[in-house]
Design a protein around this ligand. Structure first.
Ligand SMILES: Nc1ncnc2c1ncn2[C@@H]1O[C@H](COP(=O)(O)OP(=O)(O)OP(=O)(O)O)[C@@H](O)[C@H]1O
Length: 292
């Protein structure tokens, strides 16, 4: 599931020379550990019970450790790294959802986010209601939302489904609508965390084209993905994070090759690129619906 949000900010200040500045950022999570609960027997006998506070300890997880980078206006930055490397955490911090424990984050312009985790659309409401609410939450007026509504649903190819509750959408359909809304809000900075992975080849092609359109308008995009092909295809700059630290920054081909080698993975064929290039048909080809 994807979530989307956008925040109002002043228009980008061209004098700043960057779209995003991340300066010596640390993000720590506090979590509770119960050192007594270290056996399967204990877990089974205490399943679902809340124990007393005795014996439990607070553990700090250093999810992001002293990370610094700037993102230039109109560039597409990819972030790669193993599970738990801190990619989603830094994205949430840039989005303003999670305040850094220390350091500084500056976003120069209006930000729109499409993140893999968190509260997203309301599944009980129709696609139509969610588009309207998403637009209003992003600071658009009712008129602006109405003006963009047709464009958003047409882009998502969901006109037939727009009055159905979103809980009846597949994860790919949900992803299409979330992507359509977040990219039609005129963001200066768009953050996309693994949200592209839900779409089929046709949708990925369209998403790629839409992102190119945003980049041509000097919008800035940051993408987190485990799809190395997508990072190589879409990004012009790449960061590799490992255990909360930024270990490498450079050209996507080089950084991802080093990352894959470190992971012991043979160089990945550009699967995403190949799939994105081929139009495998839209949603209509994949489903059958009947009014009763
Ligand atoms: N809400 C949370 N509470 C406590 N620890 C968390 C929380 N979210 C993430 N972490 C921890 O922070 C670290 C970084 O997690 P994060 O989700 O940023 O990694 P990631 O690189 O996005 O991983 P993945 O590729 O698996 O999505 C991990 O050690 C994770 O266990």
């Amino acid at each position: 599931m994807s979530s989307l949000s956008a925040s109002e900010a002043a228009p980008p200040d061209p004098d700043l020379g960057y779209a995003i500045r991340v300066k010596d950022v640390r993000v720590d999570y506090r979590t509770i550990v119960d050192p007594r609960a270290n056996t399967l027997r204990h877990s089974l006998t205490h399943l679902g019970r809340r124990g007393g506070s005795g014996g439990r300890a607070v553990r700090l997880i250093h999810a992001v450790r002293g990370v610094s980078f700037d993102v230039e206006h109109g560039s597409v930055l990819g972030i790669v790294g193993a599970n738990g490397a801190g990619k989603s955490t830094i994205m949430r911090a840039i989005a303003g959802i999670l305040p850094p424990s220390s350091g500084e984050i500056v976003v120069n312009g209006r930000i729109s986010t499409l993140l893999a985790l968190g509260v997203g659309f309301n599944g009980q409401l129709s696609g139509r209601d969610n588009v309207v609410l998403g637009g209003l939450a992003a600071g658009l007026s009712r008129r602006q939302v109405a003006e963009r509504f047709e464009q958003i649903t047409a882009w998502a190819e969901l006109e037939e489904f727009i009055d159905m509750p979103m809980k009846s959408y597949s994860s790919g359909m949900y992803g299409r609508l979330a992507f359509a809304v977040s990219t039609h809000l005129d963001p200066d900075v768009l953050l996309i965390d693994e949200a592209l992975s839900t779409g089929d080849a046709h949708f990925r092609r369209k998403s790629y084209d839409k992102m190119q359109e945003l980049v041509a308008q000097a919008r800035t995009i940051v993408i987190v993905s485990h799809g190395i092909g997508a990072i190589r295809e879409m990004c012009d700059d790449c960061i590799w994070m490992h255990k909360g630290e930024l270990v490498r920054r450079g050209k996507p081909d080089e950084v991802t090759a080093e990352y894959l080698e470190f992971q012991g993975v043979p160089p990945e064929p550009a699967k995403a690129r190949d799939e994105a290039a081929g139009d495998l048909g839209g949603l209509d080809d994949a489903m059958v619906m009947e009014d009763v």
